[in-house]
Design a protein around this ligand. Structure first.
Ligand code: SAH
Length: 260
């Protein structure tokens, strides 16, 4: 790549770069993460990282999978964090590559804590999170002057697999016009019930954006009342971002990404 005027940070042996690969489309990768891919000795990557992104790595780099895909067993979070520590202690340059942004519902903070406890130096390289990049590819603004001055990112799923108890659905419902929900498809019915009970209108627009930024992207526009039925009827699958709120209505006019 011809980038003569850019000064990239030094990737020191024995350090870890915690990096975001973006939501899918490899061209959304940042130059910093691309640089990390070129310089790393080892790349520890997650399930949602596109193979074409891994294809940009230095061919000499070792690529290690750390996640759940294609029926392979999941790797425990403690094991992954410890693996990063031991690779760094072997004086490797370790690129920890996660889907989206590493600090958005991505267990990046837990990995940082383990690295700090082990005295390993690290750098955090942001990526485009699905809740922003996915909306852009669906032609849905995250904010618009005419509809919402605030937005809330929520996980629909706790580490234990349930709908999060520490989310105050009542306050969110009243205070945040636009809700962007990650990992929400499994509990969509319960989320809808909580929001309607807290006063959100059944007719409120909802978008289900599946496999955003990839060739398989599909957007289903529905309403809060109808969303679970339309989810099963449409057959769209995770990974999926759910958007609830007035900006969804822009989709009709702004939709621009039409993969075949
Ligand atoms: N760190 C990631 C999020 C990890 S949690 C980020 O910043 O994007 C995983 C969830 O992210 C998925 O369940 C889904 O809700 C969302 N997600 C990730 N990639 C996606 C994609 N390409 N399309 C739609 N949703 C996606």
């Amino acid at each position: 790549m011809n980038t003569p005027d850019l000064i990239f940070p030094e990737f020191h042996p024995g350090s870890v770069w915690l990096a975001g690969a973006g939501p899918g489309d490899p061209t959304l990768l940042t130059l910093a993460v691309h640089h990390g891919l070129q310089k790393a000795d080892v790349i520890v990557y997650d399930a949602l990282v596109d193979e074409r992104i891994l294809g940009l790595a230095n061919p000499a780099a070792i690529q290690e999978y750390a996640g759940k895909r294609g029926g392979r067993p999941s790797t425990d979070q403690t094991d992954i964090s410890q693996k990063l520590v031991s690779l760094a202690q072997e004086n490797k340059r370790v690129l920890r590559l996660k889907g989206g942004d590493p600090m958005v519902f991505g267990r990046g903070p837990q990995e940082c804590e383990t690295l700090i406890a082990a005295g390993i130096s690290f750098r955090i390289l942001p990526g485009i999170t699905a809740g922003i990049g996915g909306l852009a590819y669906a032609g849905i603004p995250v904010t618009s002057r005419d509809t919402n001055a605030a937005v809330t990112f929520i996980t629909g799923h706790t580490a234990g697999g349930d709908i999060p108890d520490d989310v105050d659905w009542e306050s969110l419902s009243k205070g945040s016009p636009t809700l962007v929900i990650y990992m929400g498809s499994k509990h969509l019915g319960r989320i809808r019930d909580r929001l309607i009970a807290a006063g959100r209108m059944g007719a409120e627009p909802v978008a289900l954006i599946s496999k955003a930024t990839t060739e398989d992207q599909k957007t289903v526009v529905t309403t809060l009342e109808q969303c679970t039925e339309d989810l099963s009827r449409s057959g769209v699958k995770a990974p999926m971002i759910i958007v609830i709120g007035p900006t969804v209505t822009y989709h009709e006019a702004f939709s621009w990404f039409c993969p075949s």
